[in-house]
Design a protein around this ligand. Structure first.
Ligand code: THU
Length: 160
């Protein structure tokens, strides 16, 4: 028997001014699209903006449904849009932000497990790490250097 430690490096920024100009602009796009999320049931609004290697920015937000499981998270709405429109273009950077009508979101909101799995598929497919930045409405921003940092031991095609 042996025990292994899997470590994840995260970078914590105190505010958006510490981000590069490129990431600030991307986070701005995520904030803009966050505001048009359709989230009448949770009141929790999530926006995502993806910078592709061809310079395109793809944005998306969460879409809820009266039949709750039929709704979808912002990250998957966005990655499937990117994959549909630009199937051969690599994703470089992802910016995610969340807000709530119930109380201010001051902590960075990490993508849920289902979104990590969905995003991980595309990082593996493209063979290049994707940087992920996530934040609330205010407060710190967290960055991971890749999806595999966010989802170690992901399920992938090698298991099939
Ligand atoms: N949500 C996202 O859009 N992304 C996540 O990673 C976690 C949760 C959405 C789904 C739902 O509309 C609302 O946030 C509350 O769970």
């Amino acid at each position: 028997m042996k025990k292994l430690v899997l470590s994840t490096l995260i970078t914590v920024y105190e505010n958006v001014d510490e981000l590069s100009r490129e990431v600030q602009l991307l986070m701005n796009e995520a904030v803009k699209i966050r505001n048009t999320a359709y989230a009448p049931y949770s009141n929790f609004h999530v926006g995502a903006a993806f910078l592709l290697e061809n310079g395109e920015i793809i944005t998306g937000n969460n879409q809820e449904n009266a039949a709750y499981p039929s709704g979808m998270c912002a990250e998957r709405v966005t990655v499937w849009q990117a994959a549909s429109r630009f199937p051969d273009v690599k994703i470089k950077i992802i910016a995610i932000t969340a807000s709530s009508k119930n109380n201010p979101v001051t902590d960075p909101i990490a993508p849920c497990g289902g979104c990590r799995q969905a995003l991980s598929e595309y990082e593996i497919k493209q063979g290049k790490d994707i940087e992920i930045y996530f934040m609330g409405e205010t407060g710190n921003i967290i960055k991971t250097d890749s999806l595999h940092d966010l989802l170690p031991l992901a399920f992938d095609k090698s298991y099939l």
